[in-house]
Design a protein around this ligand. Structure first.
Ligand SMILES: [Zn+2]
Ligand SMILES: [Zn+2]
Length: 401
C-alpha cells in the first residue's frame, strides 16, 4: 500500500532544513525524509490489536508543521526518543476489517476514530501503567518512547492501519464521515475549554480562527451559553464562521491592542519600540495560533490574575517576553491534545465530552470541511492549506479510494 510517512533520519532532516532557507518547498521534494511511498500492508501484531480500512482523514495544522520539519532539535519534546517512522494522519475515520481475540468488542464493519496517537502505556500494555496513563492522560505518559511497539502500523493517510484496541473509539453509523474526522480536533477544544473554563460574567478571547480556534468557539459556546467569547481573525471567511458559531464579536489581528482595551474596558498603553500593553484585559485567553507573537500578545491582553491557555503548538519557539506572568500575575496553562476530564461532575475522556455535545446537537459541524482531495493529491491539499486567504480553507479532508 502507499502511505504518507516521515523517517526520523537526522542527515536528511538537516539537509532539508538547510535547503529550506532558499527553497521553501524542499520539504516536499524527493530529497525529503517525508515520503508517499509503498510500504507493506500491516497485519495485526497481537491479540489486542485491530486492523482498520481508512475512509477519510482530516489534515491538521500539526501534520503541516511535521511536513515542513519546523521542529527545533532543542525543544523539550525533541529530547525524548523519537519514533523512527511516523505515519501521518490522526483525524481519521475508518472501518474495522480484522480484530484480535482480545479485541472482541470490535467487529468487522464497526466505524472507528483514533483517540491515542503517540506511544503510551496503553499500546505497550505496561503493568502497572504510569500515573498519568492510569488516570487516562495518555499524552502525558511518563514512559515515552516506542520500544516494543510495531513500526509499520500505517496512519490516517494510509489505506490501512493497525491500532491497539485502546487507541480507538467506536462511533455511531449515523455520523457522517465529514463529522467523524472533526471529533479529534473537537476533543482538543474540549480540553482547552475545561483547562480553564470561562466563569459567569467573564470575557474570553480565542486567538486564531483556524479549525481549532473555530472548534473552541463552538465548544465554549455550547458549554457556556451566556459568556462573552471574542475571537481574533486574519481572513474575512474566518470572521464570518466565528460569528456563525456563536462568537460575541471578532477582532482583526491588526490594531488588536486598541480593540482589546475597548472590549474589556481595559487601558491601552504604548512605550518605546512599539511596546504595547493592555492593563485590565480578558479574563481568559485561548491561544490557538501558538506562535511567539500570539503568545506574547495573549500574555499582554489578559487582565491581572487572568489566564492564558496555550492550545496551538510551537515546535520552534524563539524569544518570549513572559514579564506579564510576574508583572500582572497572569497564569499560564497549556494542553497536549486530550485526556481525562471532569464534565458535569463525571470523569470521562475529552472524546466522550465531544461526542456528548455532538449527540445533544450542541455543535455545528456543517461548514467545517471546505475541501476534499484524494490522498494521493496531498501536495495539492497542502498548497490549499497554506493559501488560506484565497482558498477559504477551514478543514481539508483527504479521502481514500
Ligand atoms: Zn489534529
Ligand atoms: Zn504512561
Amino acid at each position: 500500500m502507499r502511505a504518507l510517512y516521515f523517517d526520523a533520519d537526522p542527515k536528511r532532516i538537516a539537509l532539508i532544513k538547510a535547503l529550506s532557507t532558499v527553497w521553501k518547498k524542499a520539504a516536499l521534494s524527493r530529497l525529503s525524509p517525508l515520503k508517499y511511498a509503498e510500504v507493506e500492508e500491516p497485519e495485526i501484531p497481537g491479540p489486542n490489536w485491530v486492523k482498520v480500512k481508512n475512509k477519510m482523514c482530516g489534515l491538521c495544522g500539526s501534520d503541516v508543521h511535521f511536513l515542513f520539519m519546523e521542529i527545533d532539535p532543542r525543544v523539550a519534546p525533541a529530547a525524548v526518543p523519537p519514533l523512527p517512522r511516523k505515519f501521518l494522519g490522526h483525524e481519521m475515520v475508518g472501518e474495522v476489517v480484522d480484530a484480535g481475540e482480545g479485541a472482541a468488542e470490535f467487529r468487522r464493519g464497526d466505524r472507528v476514530i483514533q483517540r491515542i496517537d503517540w506511544p503510551s502505556c496503553f499500546q505497550k500494555e505496561s503493568a502497572p501503567m504510569c500515573r498519568q496513563c492510569a488516570r487516562g492522560n495518555y499524552p502525558l505518559c511518563e514512559n515515552p518512547g516506542w520500544e516494543g511497539l510495531p513500526l509499520n502500523v500505517g496512519g490516517g493517510f494510509s489505506p490501512y492501519m493497525v491500532l491497539h484496541k485502546t487507541q480507538l473509539i467506536k462511533i455511531d453509523d449515523a455520523m457522517p464521515d465529514e463529522h467523524a474526522i472533526l471529533i479529534e480536533p473537537t476533543a482538543c477544544a474540549v480540553r482547552a475549554t475545561l483547562k480553564r473554563p470561562p466563569g459567569e460574567g467573564e470575557k474570553a478571547l480565542v486567538i486564531g480562527t483556524g479549525a481549532i480556534g473555530l472548534s473552541l468557539i463552538g465548544v465554549a459556546r455550547a458549554m457556556h451559553p451566556d459568556v462573552e467569547i471574542h475571537a481574533t481573525y486574519r481572513y474575512p471567511h474566518q470572521a464570518e464562521m466565528a460569528m456563525a458559531l456563536g462568537a460575541s464579536g471578532v477582532v482583526e489581528e491588526k490594531d488588536a491592542y486598541r480593540r482589546v482595551a475597548e472590549i474589556t474596558g481595559g487601558r491601552h498603553f504604548s512605550g518605546l519600540f512599539n511596546n504595547e500593553m493592555v492593563i485590565g484585559g480578558f479574563d481568559v485567553i485561548y491561544d490557538t495560533v501558538g506562535s511567539d507573537r500570539s503568545l506574547k500578545d495573549a500574555l499582554r491582553w489578559a487582565r491581572s490574575e487572568g489566564s492564558v491557555v496555550v492550545v496551538g503548538i510551537n515546535f520552534a519557539p524563539k524569544k518570549l517576553d513572559y514579564s506579564p506572568v510576574w508583572f500582572q500575575e497572569v497564569k499560564l496553562f497549556g494542553i497536549n491534545c486530550h485526556g481525562r476530564e471532569v464534565f458535569r461532575g463525571e470523569e470521562m475522556n475529552s472524546f466522550e465530552v465531544a461526542l456528548t455535545l455532538y449527540r445533544e446537537e450542541a455543535l455545528d459541524f456543517s461548514n467545517f470541511v471546505t475541501h476534499r482531495f484524494p490522498v494521493q493529491d496531498y501536495l495539492k491539499a497542502i498548497e490549499t492549506f497554506l493559501d488560506k486567504g484565497k482558498t477559504r480553507v477551514v478543514k481539508i479532508a483527504l479521502v481514500h479510494a
